[in-house]
Design a protein around this ligand. Structure first.
Ligand code: SAM
Length: 247
């Protein structure tokens, strides 16, 4: 892959320098956090640039009718799976747009993805791009952690939060850092984990916010989506909100 250079700067060289700095015990905590975030963005941009080179027109050759964005390990058979990192049919950072033709897709599905991109710039861009690539009558199905569910139980003692902690954070090492119910709310709104394998949360959503976002992007109707475990990840059903927006 060619190095990505701008006015003598190199993203690849920057990546090497970040690796060196992160190995240096003198690097301060705050700087190290920022460098880890930058290193992750560099990794995503490498995948994205490689795909861009393969599709110089900005559109992929395939014209899929069913698309999943941000599926991670939950790949969907019969769908064209787009994700920023492997495994996926296309490695693509959708903050840069969706590389599909106008009016071409019947179903565009994502779950527990939208909260991982920045709001308003990337979230609104994603909503507009989804509206562009969907065919008339096409459906955008979106699931996210339901901020209304989490807020609706506040104030709650830590013991009431046990189910949420075990379902959402049982496999993470943040259990010791969830000491009050407000800690859980903070995780949903702005999960700050800087583990390189994990994506932070940038924004919280409820039904009203999803409706507003997709209506603003031009969708004609936004309604609750009846959870279908053949499509959605069964482990996501609990305490999530899913909507279907129709173009
Ligand atoms: C929390 S995981 C959810 C995975 C799966 N949907 C699930 O519910 O188990 C978020 C996924 O979104 C992907 N993602 C985050 N930002 C992205 C971006 N800018 N472009 C494409 N995919 C992205 C991540 O790589 C990851 O696979």
């Amino acid at each position: 892959m060619n190095a990505h250079r701008t006015d003598g700067c190199s993203v690849d060289l920057l990546g090497e320098q970040i690796t060196t700095l992160l190995a240096d015990p003198a690097t301060t905590h705050g700087l190290a956090r920022t460098l880890r975030a930058a290193a992750k963005e560099i990794e995503l941009s490498r995948y994205h640039r490689a795909s861009q080179k393969a599709f110089p027109s900005g559109l992929v050759a395939a014209a899929p009718k069913k698309v999943q964005v941000g599926g991670g390990a939950h790949r969907l058979d019969g769908f064209f799976n787009i994700d920023a990192v492997p495994p996926a049919d296309l490695l693509w950072d959708v903050r840069e747009g969706i590389p599909l033709q106008d009016d071409s897709v019947d179903v565009l599905f994502s779950e527990h993805f939208l909260e991982h991109i920045d709001y308003p710039v990337s979230a609104k861009q994603y909503a507009r791009e989804a509206q562009r690539v969907l065919a008339p009558g096409g459906r955008l199905i979106t699931g996210v952690p339901d901020a209304a569910f989490v807020l609706g139980q506040y104030p709650a003692g830590p013991e009431q939060a046990e189910e949420m902690i075990s379902r959402w954070y049982g496999k993470r090492d943040c259990r010791k850092d969830i000491n009050t119910y407000l800690d859980l709310i903070n995780y949903v709104f702005r999960d700050q984990d800087d583990d390189p394998t994990y994506n932070p949360h940038y924004w919280a959503y409820d039904f009203e916010k999803l409706s507003q976002l997709f209506t603003e992007a031009g969708f004609s109707a936004v309604e609750p989506w009846d959870f279908d475990p053949d499509l959605a990840n069964p482990k996501r059903q609990w305490a999530s909100v899913y909507v279907v927006a129709t173009k």
